[in-house]
Design a protein around this ligand. Structure first.
Ligand code: BTN
Length: 267
C-alpha cells in the first residue's frame, strides 16, 4: 500500500482499521477521477491484481445503477471501487446482495444503528438511502474480474438536495462523525470475509443474514424494470438473490432485475 506525502488518505488510520485484512488489499487514492469504477476497469484490463482498491475525493462522472449518475463530494462521501476475482466455478448470482450485506455488517460493527438493505443492493438507514453498490465486469487475461463500486454518504452536502430524486441519509445525521478511513477499513475487512465465503459457496449461506436486514419486507411495493411494472408485497430473497414478490391469490414472482419502491397507498 504506497503512502506518499501528497496522499489525501490517512494510510496509518486505514491500516489500523483494516486489521488482519491489510494484506488482502492494495489501496490507491486519487484526488479526482471520472469514476473509480471506470479507472479500475482500465487497470483490470492492464492486469491489476484482485484486491486492488481505488479511493477518490471527487468523481466527475460518478455512475449509479441503471444509467443514473452518482453524486459525491470530497468532505461528505466515501467513494471507492474494489477489483475482485472469484474462483471460476462460482456463479456471481447474488453477489451484489452479498456486497450490500458486507457494507451493512461493517457499519453495524462500528456501532451504527438503523441500517437496512433494500433489494438489490441499496444500503439504507432509518428508511432513507445511505449508499449504493455498482458492480461491473472486466474480462482480461486472468478471466473474469468484478469491479465493485461503493458510494456512502458520510455527511450531508446541501448541494445534493437540488439533485436527488429520493430521500437520502448520511451517517452524520445521527451525529456520528466517522473518518472515511475508519469506515473504509471496516467495509474492506468485512468484504474480505463475505467475498471469501461467497467464493466458496455463493450467496446461499449469506441469504438469512440478508433477509433479516430486508428493510421493505412485508410492505406493498412497486417493481419497475425494462419488462414493465409489478405491484405486490415484498418478500424475502431466494437462494440465488432473486426477490420474491407476493402477488394475488398466494402466487409469487421471482424478480431478478429492476428497482423497488414503496407502492402508492390505494384510497
Ligand atoms: C446506485 O445506488 O445507483 C449505485 C451507486 C454506486 C456509486 C459508486 S461510487 C464509487 C463507484 N464509482 C462509480 O462511478 N460508481 C460507484
Amino acid at each position: 500500500m504506497p503512502a506518499t506525502p501528497q496522499d489525501g488518505l490517512d494510510y496509518p488510520l486505514l491500516l489500523q482499521h483494516l486489521d488482519d485484512a491489510r494484506t488482502r488489499f492494495d489501496v490507491d487514492w486519487l484526488a479526482e477521477c471520472e469514476s473509480t469504477n471506470t479507472v479500475l476497469l482500465e487497470r483490470a484490463a492492464r492486469g491489476a491484481p484482485s484486491g486492488s482498491v481505488l479511493v477518490t475525493d471527487r468523481q466527475t462522472a460518478g455512475r449509479g445503477r441503471r444509467g443514473r449518475r452518482w453524486l459525491s463530494s470530497p468532505d461528505c462521501s466515501l467513494t471507492f471501487s474494489l477489483l475482485w476475482r472469484l474462483p471460476p466455478a462460482i456463479s456471481s448470482a447474488g453477489l451484489s446482495l452479498a456486497v450490500g450485506l458486507a457494507v451493512a455488517q461493517a457499519l453495524e460493527n462500528l456501532g451504527i444503528q438503523g441500517i437496512g438493505l433494500k433489494w438489490p443492493n441499496d444500503i439504507w438507514q432509518h428508511g432513507r438511502k445511505l449508499g449504493g453498490v455498482l458492480i461491473e465486469v472486466a474480462f482480461d487475461h486472468e478471466g473474469l474480474g468484478l469491479i465493485i463500486g461503493i458510494g456512502l454518504n458520510l455527511r450531508r452536502d446541501p448541494e445534493w438536495q437540488h439533485h436527488l430524486d429520493q430521500a437520502s441519509a448520511a451517517l452524520g445525521d445521527d451525529g456520528a462523525q466517522f473518518h472515511r478511513e475508519i469506515v473504509l477499513g471496516s467495509v474492506l475487512r468485512q468484504l474480505a470475509k463475505i467475498l471469501d465465503c461467497f467464493g466458496k459457496e455463493g450467496f446461499t449461506p449469506l441469504r438469512d443474514a440478508w433477509c433479516v436486514r430486508n428493510t421493505l419486507l412485508g410492505q406493498a411495493v412497486r417493481i419497475s424494470s425494462e419488462n414493465g411494472e409489478h405491484l405486490g408485497i415484498c418478500g424475502d430473497v431466494a437462494a440465488d438473490g432473486a426477490l420474491i414478490l407476493h402477488v394475488n391469490c398466494g402466487a409469487h414472482l421471482l424478480i431478478t432485475s429492476g428497482d423497488v419502491s414503496l407502492a402508492p397507498i390505494q384510497t
